[in-house]
Design a protein. Structure first.
Ligand code: FAD
Ligand code: FES
Length: 288
């Protein structure tokens, strides 16, 4: 799996972290937690979050914490780190997280999972990286982009959204340089899928110099995986699957491997190489 040995390990158990900020962004919500005790996470990792008040509320849901990728990490002046998360309200857990206010407490476990490889680890001949993000999946791409900038590695970002109401985080998390946008409704940028932009870019590029990374909805990830497989291009995909524990105990997150058998996405992923899986369509969400 992708460079798992480098990934910081989560402290045992969950800890209460203070919400430092919460703001609207293009139909999504960005909130900031102060994690005074946790280690700095690595690009691709995620946390299991549960709002301290009102969790397991009406009808018992949300009961389990929710897996959320971090979108930015900065040093906290008083110790530990400040973590930004980008949230799309699709159900009771994400809605509750989005309703948290400054000063509230959030239970945090993590960071979990593995990290993205660097371009030369993924492809020896890589001159830089192409990042393909869709919807809420732009969060891990923003983290990876920042790491590549810090290391002086060139990258181009291709970001796709359904419409303006589901397009948060672009201005705050990505610079406009080397970033191209696609909107399915044609309201801005390219009208169509972000994979159209990837195909355009690959036509103009020496394919051998590309290291490709992607995170987004399963159908988009599967399209990226196929585009890369057809051209023999190395790609890392940050996948999603239903997660109940985050540390490998429940097997709720198991996805089939290309060679047969299963991997647990919370420990063997969420970052996987395209050739490790038969499909990026991970399966039905669990309810909990
Ligand atoms: C590694 C990882 C990173 C993630 N990062 C983020 C992130 O950064 N930001 C973010 O917003 N989300 C992220 N997610 C997704 C988020 O954890 C899930 O969408 C989570 O289930 C949301 O919880 P919920 O209670 O809001 O919605 P849920 O009730 O769990 O529903 C989630 C979605 O599944 C659908 N659904 C629920 N039950 C069923 C069912 N039985 N059959 C079919 N569809 C169903 C709902 O309609 C909804 O669209 C991540 C997930 C993983 C695994
Ligand atoms: S979420 Fe429990 S094993 Fe992966």
């Amino acid at each position: 799996m992708a460079a798992e040995a480098d990934s910081p390990r989560a402290p045992f158990g969950r800890r209460a972290c203070e919400v430092a900020d919460s703001r609207e962004s293009g139909g999504y919500r960005i909130f900031t937690l102060i994690d005074a005790e946790g280690p700095a996470p690595a690009a691709g990792q995620f946390y299991m979050l549960a709002a301290a008040p009102d969790w397991a509320g009406e009808g018992g849901r949300p009961y389990l914490p929710r897996a959320i990728s971090y979108a930015r990490v900065t040093e906290n002046p008083k110790g530990g780190v400040r973590l930004d998360f980008l949230i799309d309200e699709v159900g009771p857990g994400t809605s509750r997280l989005a309703r948290m206010k400054q000063g509230d407490e959030c239970f945090v476990a993590g960071p979990f999972g593995n990290r993205f490889s660097l371009p030369r680890q993924l492809n020896e001949g890589a001159a830089g990286a192409i990042l393909v993000g869709g919807g809420i999946g732009i969060a891990p791409m923003a983290v990876l982009r920042r790491e590549l900038v810090n290391r002086g590695i060139p990258s181009r970002s291709l970001l796709g959204f359904r419409d303006q109401a589901h397009s948060g985080g672009v201005d705050e998390l990505f610079g406009c340089e080397e970033t191209r946008l696609a909107f399915e409704d044609g309201s801005y940028g390219h009208k169509g899928f972000v994979t159209d932009l990837l195909l355009q870019l690959l036509e103009g590029d020496d394919s051998g110099s590309a290291a490709i990374y992607s995170c987004g909805p399963p159908a988009m990830l599967e399209a990226v995986r196929r585009i890369c497989a057809d051209r023999g291009l190395p790609v890392e995909l940050a996948l999603e699957s239903p997660m109940a524990c985050g540390y490998g105990a429940c097997f709720g997150c198991a996805v089939p491997k290309a060679e047969g058998g299963y991997m647990r996405l919370c420990v063997d992923g969420p970052v996987v190489r395209g050739d490790q899986i038969a499909t990026a369509m991970a399966g039905e969400p669990a309810v909990g």
